[in-house]
Design a protein around this ligand. Structure first.
Ligand SMILES: *Cc1c(COP(=O)(O)O)cnc(C)c1O
Length: 387
């Protein structure tokens, strides 16, 4: 990246290697551009990286959440417990699959769902818990899985931020029930658009494989009909959520670079932490006491408007005026009109999430960012805050 003052510094930018570009070109030239050998290879590589028995590549993490929740066959009134501090897709897919989102507030330091609040939210209608590993910092999964086990609940981890994250020395995706990862360009690795699910449930993997491609089953015909036939059966009304080989061509090379990307993200995040440690303008994120590897998908401090005399939106505009992009991840989902009107959520329901929602901002963080780029961010903040 350039540290040229005149060039806009985005809050995120993907790192695409020449090898990845060449692989995409080779795929285009090969004559096979949709789901095929490169998707198969990508799924095998992800299985090895995640140490997961089943990985299914999809068009997005949203598709993954939708498929997994659809496979649960939620009945009207069935509840899924999740967090308001997430991207809208987490709740949207619960609703699309016929469920009702039930929310618990988050922890002030990590913005992750406060697992001590989950058990009180469990009812006879609860079917699943959907934790989100915010910014790539893992949720405290041991107590969460204990609750799930006691009440017979599924756990669908929204791991959109968490490829490469570890909890107590184990990689997210290598244990537990089911995880959904995102390969959107802003995420830690990308396939353009894309995502995958990892699961240890053979039945769920089979259902997702079916539902991601029209509910089309060639085996069913082969079981009952002639072997090797071109026929298929439709055994459920499925979706069209299969990843293309063009996308997997990118993903194959992104995955090889992922640990290096996380290493650079971590250096930059810790450098922000060090520089901003004693700034009264910010409240920085905290660190949980359990063992973890943070994938640093986002760097998200909270602005202290009493000190800065400007709110988060004015800060974002001020940075933009200084040629620096920032992001907003996220406003609390329960405050959006659809969720207020449909489920009766209101301000005051989840006060910790609401405070975060009002004050959170994502500072630039991406592997190609240089220390000089980061110095520009710091200089712009010093200027804006008149430090
Ligand atoms: C990005 C994101 C998603 C959706 O991912 P897509 O691949 O864009 O569909 C879901 N949940 C969270 C928490 C996300 O950040």
């Amino acid at each position: 990246m350039s540290s040229n003052q005149n060039e806009f510094l985005p809050f995120s930018r993907p790192s695409i290697s020449e090898e990845a570009i060449n692989e995409v070109v080779a795929c285009l030239r090969s004559g096979w551009i949709t789901t095929g050998p490169r998707v198969k290879q990508f799924e095998d590589d992800l299985k090895a990286y995640l140490a997961a028995p089943h990985v299914l590549a999809l068009t997005s993490a949203t598709a993954g959440l939708h498929l997994v929740l659809s496979a649960l066959k939620l009945q009207p009134g069935d509840e899924v417990i999740t967090t308001p501090m997430t991207f809208a897709a987490t709740l949207n897919t619960i609703v699309l699959a016929g469920g009702r989102p039930v929310l618990v507030d988050v922890e002030p330091g990590t913005y992750n769902m406060d697992v001590t609040r989950i058990e009180k939210a469990v009812t006879k209608r609860t079917r699943a818990i959907m934790p989100v590993h915010f910014a790539g910092l893992p949720v405290d999964l041991d107590p969460l899985y204990d609750i799930a086990k006691r009440h017979g609940l599924r756990v669908i981890e929204d791991a959109a931020h968490a490829i490469g994250t570890e909890y107590k020395g184990r990689r997210i995706g290598s244990f537990g029930d089911t995880q959904v990862f995102s390969f959107h360009p802003n995420k830690n690795m990308t396939t353009g658009e894309g995502g995958c699910i990892a699961t240890r449930d053979d039945k769920l993997a089979g259902d997702v494989a079916l539902l991601r491609f029209h509910g089309m089953d060639r085996e069913a015909w082969n079981r009952f009909g002639k072997k090797g036939s071109q026929h298929y059966e439709i055994i459920a009304p499925g979706y069209k959520y299969n990843m293309m080989d063009i996308q997997a061509a990118l993903g194959l090379h992104q995955l090889k670079q992922l640990d290096g990307f996380i290493k650079r993200r971590t250096e930059l995040a810790l450098r922000y932490h060090k520089i901003m440690a004693d700034w009264p303008q910010w409240t920085l994120t905290g660190t949980p006491s359990y063992g973890h590897l943070h994938a640093w998908h986002l760097y998200t401090p909270l602005i202290n408007p009493d000190v800065t005399r400007m709110d988060r939106d004015a800060f974002m505009q001020g940075m933009k005026d200084r040629n620096i992009g920032t992001g907003l991840h996220y406003r609390a989902v329960h405050l959006y009109p659809y969720y207020r009107e449909t489920f009766g959520f209101k301000r005051g329901d989840f006060p910790v999430a609401e405070t975060i929602s009002d004050r959170i901002v994502s500072l630039p963080l991406f592997p190609l960012m240089t220390d000089a780029d980061q110095d520009r961010v710091i200089a712009a903040m010093n200027d804006l805050f008149k430090r």
